[in-house]
Design a protein around this ligand. Structure first.
Ligand SMILES: Cc1ncc(COP(=O)(O)O)c(C=O)c1O
Length: 344
C-alpha cells in the first residue's frame, strides 16, 4: 500500500540468494576479488564496449563522484532545475567537484531541452570571473518520471561536443527508462553520446548497488582515489558485485523494471477517468504525478495508502511510485478507493 517511493520496496529474493552465495570462503578485499572482475566484464558485455566501472553504494555517491571526474573546481555543470543533483544531494556534487557550480535550467516535463542548453552556453565566455562550462547532466528517467529518447540524448550530446563538455547521465531509474524505450543499453548511453553513467539498481531490486560507468577513456581516472576519500571503496566489495551479478543475470533487472512500469500504467489508466484527476506529466516510467481532489486524497490516506504530496497547484499534486514488487492488488485497491470516494 506504499506508493511513496521505489526505495520503500525490499530486495529481490535473487539478490539475497546471491549475497548468501557470496558469503563463503574468503575473497580479496577492495574489489580485487573474482566476482568484481566478473561484474566488470559483464558491464563491457552489457554496453557492448570497453567500460571503466566503479562500484559504490548510493546514487548520490555515484553522481557526485562521476561529476567530480568530469568537472574542474571552476567548472559549471548544466542540469534541469529539478534534477536530483541540484535538489536532493545536499551539495555532494559541489563538494566532490571541489566547488563546481550547478547551472539550473527549466525544461518541459522535467527534461533539459537542447535549445535551452544551447542558449545558456552561448551566453558564456572565458572571462576569468566566470566558471567555465564543463558538463551537462541529465536524469534518465527524469525526476518527473519522463524519459529522454535516444534522439533527444543525441541532440544534447551534440551541444555538449560543440562546447567541449562531457555528458553525464543519472541513471537511478535506468532500467525503467530502458524498458520504456525498448532500445539497447548502448543505444541509450554511449551511442547517443553519454560519457559517464551513474547506473542505479537499488530502486529496482538490489540492496545497495550503484555504479559509475565510464564510456570515454579520455576522462581521467582520479575517481579511484576520490572514491576512497569518499569512503565508498568497499572493503568487502564482493557483496556489492554479487548484487550486480544477480541483477544482470537472467534479465532480472529488466523483468523488475517491466513490472514496475506495467503497474504504473495500470494505475494511471484507472485514475485517469476520475473527475478532478489530472496528470501533471506524461507517465513514461514508474512515477505518476497527478492532481487529485483533496477529498479523494483524504479517503485514500485514511484507507492506509501512502504517497507523497508533491505540491499544491490549483489542486494538490501527489507522486505515486511503483516498484518491482508493487502488488497488483494494491493498485486495484487504490483505484477502487479513489472511484468510491468520487461517488460518495
Ligand atoms: C534521480 C535520482 N538520482 C539519484 C538518486 C540518489 O540515490 P541515493 O538516495 O541512493 O543517494 C535518487 C534517489 O532518490 C534519484 O531519484
Amino acid at each position: 500500500m506504499n506508493f511513496c517511493s521505489d526505495n520503500t520496496a525490499g530486495v529481490s529474493p535473487e539478490i539475497l540468494d546471491a549475497l548468501a552465495k557470496a558469503n563463503v570462503d574468503t575473497a580479496m578485499p577492495y574489489g580485487a576479488d573474482a566476482l568484481t572482475k566478473k561484474v566488470e566484464q559483464r558491464f563491457n558485455d552489457l554496453f557492448e564496449c570497453e567500460t571503466s566501472v566503479y562500484l559504490v553504494t548510493t546514487g548520490t555517491a555515484a553522481n557526485a563522484l562521476a561529476l567530480g571526474a568530469i568537472s574542474p573546481s571552476y567548472g559549471s555543470i548544466y542540469c534541469h532545475k529539478d534534477a536530483h543533483i541540484n535538489c536532493d544531494e545536499c551539495g555532494a556534487p559541489e563538494f566532490y567537484t571541489s566547488g563546481a557550480k550547478l547551472v539550473t535550467l527549466p525544461g518541459p516535463n522535467g527534461k533539459l531541452h537542447q535549445g535551452e542548453v544551447e542558449a545558456a552556453l552561448s551566453a558564456t565566455d572565458d572571462a576569468v570571473h566566470h566558471t567555465q562550462p564543463a558538463a551537462i547532466s541529465i536524469s534518465q528517467a527524469s525526476e518527473a518520471g519522463t524519459v529522454y529518447g535516444p534522439g533527444e540524448i543525441h541532440h544534447l550530446s551534440h551541444v555538449a561536443k560543440e562546447y567541449g563538455l562531457y555528458l553525464h547521465m543519472d541513471g537511478a531509474r535506468f532500467a525503467n527508462a530502458l524498458n520504456t524505450l525498448g532500445c539497447s543499453p548502448a543505444d541509450m548511453t554511449w551511442k547517443a553520446g553519454v560519457d559517464v553513467l551513474s547506473f542505479g539498481s537499488t530502486k529496482n531490486g538490489t540492496m545497495n548497488a550503484e555504479a559509475v560507468v565510464f564510456f570515454n577513456d579520455k576522462i581521467g581516472k582520479s575517481i579511484g582515489y576520490k572514491r576512497k576519500r569518499a569512503g565508498q571503496l568497499q572493503s568487502k566489495m564482493r557483496f556489492i558485485a554479487a548484487q550486480w551479478d544477480a541483477y544482470l543475470e537472467n534479465d532480472l533487472w529488466l523483468k523488475n523494471a517491466a513490472h514496475a512500469n506495467t503497474m504504473a500504467q495500470k494505475l494511471v489508466k484507472g485514475l485517469e477517468g476520475i473527475a478532478g484527476c489530472e496528470l501533471y506529466y506524461p507517465v513514461e516510467a514508474n512515477e505518476i504525478f497527478i492532481s487529485m481532489p483533496e477529498l479523494i486524497l483524504q479517503k485514500l490516506e485514511s484507507a492506509g495508502y501512502a504517497f507523497y504530496r508533491w505540491h499544491d497547484a490549483h489542486c494538490p499534486v501527489i507522486r505515486l511510485v511503483t516498484s518491482f514488487n508493487t502488488n497488483e492488488k494494491d493498485v486495484d485497491g487504490f483505484i477502487q478507493t479513489a472511484l468510491n470516494a468520487q461517488t460518495e
